[in-house]
Ligand binder design. Structure first.
Ligand code: ADP
Ligand code: MG
Ligand code: MG
Length: 878
């Protein structure tokens, strides 16, 4: 039997092999193959990682054998040997999962160093300082990653030496001091692990590989995957790569650069570098890195080469790249490339401009933008007029655009607590690290005093679409004392500040915000989306203001106009209560008569705002007791107002109480009991429509929707009421007015008998909130706790109230679609639950062949883009 292959040399892989080699490994392979200067190496597959877990967290003999063979090959290719006293092989051990997880997994550099090889390195490089600098870094990384020794303990020793020798920067420590650092590091290692530091490179390597496998399941990696919806069983690959050195002197360096600006999308190299530095120095915020532009002056030839490679990589991958490089003694090496993380502003601009440059077609460009991120473009910005007259207290780097105000907190934990209390939180740190993730998720904005545009805070904030100002050196952050000082002014925990992530400015207090301006690239992209999508997009809107907003954001109609929201308005709730508390039909009609003109006014406003676009209006839905006060105090007031006896009122209110109101007297059941309510509402709708058509010449298209139907007879009964009134009014009016009569499909029984229901209904609108609630037998209002437990225990993969449960609820929908169409081929089909603005659910609705989705106004752009992507991907969902 042929043994399974667990290791691939870089020249054996391709960019397509991300599942097996991880993103980093696959791209290292691709770059090697297109002839870029990538140090040699090999990748241990994600399958090996999973096998490691299957084998009870132990490296097994076959794998170790294969590693030994690959090391031999690497030694031959590089002419260097592990543990050689003359010419030792040194490698990096780098994690790399299918999806890049910045800062989540740990990398070890300079592996292979020990007390002998360090001297060889010193001799060969003629640079003892460099050799010991590499050695101390290795012991620290190894001690931290493999043996879990607290990083800070190393830093304390290191900083102690800096103080003792009176130097500011790491690079000023000389060889002798670094030797002492190494000694102290080893002492610390022994104290913490009760073992000597391993001198044998093979042993170092195996333990390091194992540590990378283990890092797949560290808490922070698990949290990151949960936030980003990445599966836990992908595993990570391990890359073993021969070292190149950016820390050998002033003709060396290391850096990271994006081929375009990841915050704005501008087409211009964007990045940072450090001279005489290694690995993560640039992103770790140890020294403040230099702008990549400066490389042009310091090392013009290297800059030219790098710019050329950056261009080549972008063209090759047809996407903006995030590239890591190292310069060793005047020679450029590329150590990583990946599709760069970017803000949604940048994503939109890059996608649209790439079409202009002929790199992408419109469909490809549309797939480049995450629909759920589009919302961030609609978020407010600071009022420019107020900004003009407000002096910032400090200015940092504009790391991730947006505007946010809030109270400052200095630790992730406190940020989380404050946010859960309902506060708007700004997380302030010297520099964030992966441990801060949860705090960053909760914060409205992030401010750091150290680190550059590619620092952890900047990268993660951009990924989350969150406002961030980084490297704001003017503020002195003291995390222990929970304050920062700027210009002698102290800002304490809980104080308000405002951040402008687009300019880097930091302000005292809260600054008012304005609606954003949409970029021309956004408008272009959305016009492509509208051209390609088949699904129509409507909005759920109950007021003229919401309706106008929806149209502005691209809604093509209203899919759900709830009439009860209008009932709550202060000037009409009294009449509504009077109607509810009436003893008989006459009284009720009298009360309804008072409501009619107000309701009519509402519809006139909405019809005008929507113009000729279709508008689905749902007749009264909630249980009536929702309109009544709950406590005796307010009831007494009401009794006074209505001049009725409190005792009598109380009895009536008790009467209306239900044990299970969501399953009670609501929806169409109200109209069956009190047809005069449906009568009044129909009158208001049709009279308003006639008025607007006559006065404004707008071809109004009302669609009257009956909620909570389970039997066709309900529809027949109410239809008699609705049609009678409507047709009478239209006849009297002398104008032509078309309206539709249809129903919500939101109870499983309605799905099962949808063919019979379609006899009476000209349209179905899936109310997937209730449909999910009833399909799961899980109350929407109490589901939170259950769903959280189910998600944590992996019984649920996602929250079915957020994304349609295709298997169950989706199956009910599919059945209703089929039965409905069979009965009435031209039946209009839509969805008006919360799901209508969630990309995966939109995709599902496209696959079902619905005519439209309807969602809240701010989610309309999400739905438009998601519908376009669904049309492009043409996934078969049946
Ligand atoms: P991450 O996934 O956190 O970016 P990497 O594996 O890319 O981790 O490595 C961290 C840093 O070490 C990067 O800056 C990278 O360029 C550097 N590095 C990794 N391997 C080598 C190597 N063989 N020679 C020199 N530098 C390396
Ligand atoms: Mg890292
Ligand atoms: Mg990297």
């Amino acid at each position: 039997m042929k043994m399974k292959k667990y290791i691939y040399n870089f020249n054996e892989g391709t960019a397509e092999m991300k599942d097996l080699l991880g993103g980093k490994g696959a791209n290292l392979a691709e770059m090697s193959n297109i002839g870029l200067p990538v140090p040699q190496g090999f990748t241990i597959t994600t399958e090996a990682c999973n096998m490691y877990y299957e084998k009870n967290h132990k490296l097994w003999d076959e794998l170790i054998g294969e590693i030994n063979i690959k090391i031999k090959e690497l030694e031959n290719k590089t002419n260097k040997t592990f543990d050689d006293k003359e010419n030792p092989l040194l490698v990096s051990v780098r994690s790399g999962a299918k999806f890049s997880m910045p800062g989540m997994m740990d990398t070890i550099l300079n592996l292979g160093l020990n007390d002998d090889t360090v001297d060889a390195l010193a001799k060969n490089s003629n640079n003892e300082r460099f050799a010991y600098d590499s050695y101390r870094r290795f012991i620290q990384m190894y001690g931290n990653v493999v043996m879990n020794i607290d990083k800070n303990k190393f830093d304390e020793i290191f900083d102690g030496f800096k103080v003792k020798t009176k130097v500011e920067s790491d690079t000023e420590l000389n060889a002798e001091t670094l030797k002492d650092v190494v000694k102290e590091f080893k002492k610390l290692y022994k104290k913490e692990t009760e073992k000597e530091f391993p001198e044998n490179p093979k042993e170092q390597l195996l333990l390091a590989i194992e540590a990378v496998f283990k890092s797949w399941n560290t808490e922070r990696a698990v949290i990151y995957r949960r936030i980003h919806n990445i599966s836990d069983n992908l595993g990570t690959a391990v890359n073993v790569q021969s070292m190149v050195f950016g820390n050998m002197g002033d003709d060396c360096g290391t850096g990271v650069a994006f081929t375009r600006n990841p915050a704005t999308g501008e087409k211009k190299l964007f990045g940072e570098f450090l001279i005489n530095a290694q690995g993560e120095d640039v992103v770790a915020g140890i020294r403040t890195p230099l702008d990549i532009e400066i490389l042009k002056d310091v090392m013009p030839e290297i800059y030219r080469q790098f710019a050329e490679i950056a261009d080549l990589l972008e063209n090759h991958y047809k996407d903006m790249q995030d590239i890591e490089f190292t310069i060793e003694k005047g020679k450029l090496f590329i150590l990583q490339t990946r599709n760069g993380k970017r803000t949604v502003e940048a994503a939109v601009r890059i996608a649209v401009e790439s079409v202009g440059e002929g790199k992408l077609n419109e469909e490809e460009a549309l797939l480049r933008v995450d629909p759920s991120q589009i919302m961030h473009l609609l978020h407010p910005t600071f009022d420019k007029n107020i900004l003009k007259n407000t002096k910032p207290i400090a200015k940092g780097l504009p790391a991730s655009p947006g505007a946010s105000s809030g109270r400052i907190y200095f630790s992730a934990a406190e940020a989380v607590i404050a946010s859960k209390r309902g506060e708007q939180v700004i997380l302030v740190r010297q520099e964030t690290s992966p441990e801060d993730i949860e705090g960053m998720v909760e914060a409205k904005g992030i401010l750091t005093s150290r680190g550059g545009m590619t620092s952890h805070a900047a990268v993660v904030a951009r990924g989350m679409g969150k406002c961030c100002v980084a490297g704001c050196e003017a503020i002195k952050v003291n995390e222990n004392l929970k304050h920062f000082i700027v210009d002698d002014k102290v800002f304490n925990e809980g104080d308000y500040i405002s951040l402008n992530g687009s300019s880097g400015n930091v302000y005292e207090g809260v600054i008012p915000t304005l609606e954003p301006e949409l970029s021309s690239q956004y408008i272009t992209l959305m016009s492509w989306a509208d051209k390609i999508r088949r699904l129509r997009v409507r909005a759920n809107a109950d007021t003229p203001k919401d309706a106008a907003k929806a149209v502005e954001l691209g809604a093509e109609g209203i899919g759900l106009c709830r009439t009860e929201h209008m009932f709550f308005e202060e000037d009409r709730i009294a009449a509504v209560r009077e109607m509810i508390l009436s003893d008989n039909v006459e009284q009720r009609r009298a009360a309804l008569k008072k409501i009619l003109p107000m309701q009519k006014e509402d519809f006139i406003g909405i019809f005008k705002a929507m113009g000729p676009r279709p508008i689905t209006i749902r007749l009264l839905d909630p249980p009536l007791h929702e309109f009544l006060p709950k406590d005796d105090e307010s009831l007494k007031e009401l009794a006074n107002e209505m001049k009725i006896d409190f005792g009598k009122l109380k009895i009536r209110v008790e009467d209306l109480k239900e044990v299970n109101p969501m399953l009670g007297h609501r929806g169409c059941r109200l109209a069956i009991s009190y047809p005069e309510i449906a009568e009044m509402q129909t009158r208001a709708i049709i009279e308003a429509a006639i008025y607007v058509k006559k006065e404004e010449g707008i071809d109004v298209k009302p669609e009257i929707m009956i909620p909570l139907v389970v039997k066709p007879k309900e529809l027949t009964y109410i239809k008699d009421v609705v049609v009678k009134i409507a047709d009478e009014l239209i006849k009297e009016s002398d104008i032509e007015l078309k309206y539709l009569y249809g129903t919500m499909i939101e109870i499983p029984r309605a799905c099962l008998v949808a063919d019979d229901i379609a006899v009476e209904a000209e349209f179905f609108s899936f109310g997937t909130n209730d449909l999910t609630q009833m399909a799961y037998g899980l109350s929407r209002d109490d589901a939170g706790k259950v769903i959280e437990d189910y998600l944590n225990k992996k019984i649920l993969q996602f929250d079915p109230f957020q994304s349609i449960d295709r298997k169950g609820v989706g199956r009910l929908m599919k059945l209703a679609v089929e039965l409905g169409r069979k009965q009435r081929p031209d039946i209009k089909l839509g969805i008006c639950g919360e799901h209508g603005g969630e990309p995966l659910s939109v995709e599902f609705c496209h696959g079902l062949g619905l005519d439209y989705v309807s969602c809240s106004p701010f989610r309309v752009p999400i739905a438009r883009l998601a519908a376009a992507q669904a049309a492009i991907n043409k996934k078969d969902l049946s």
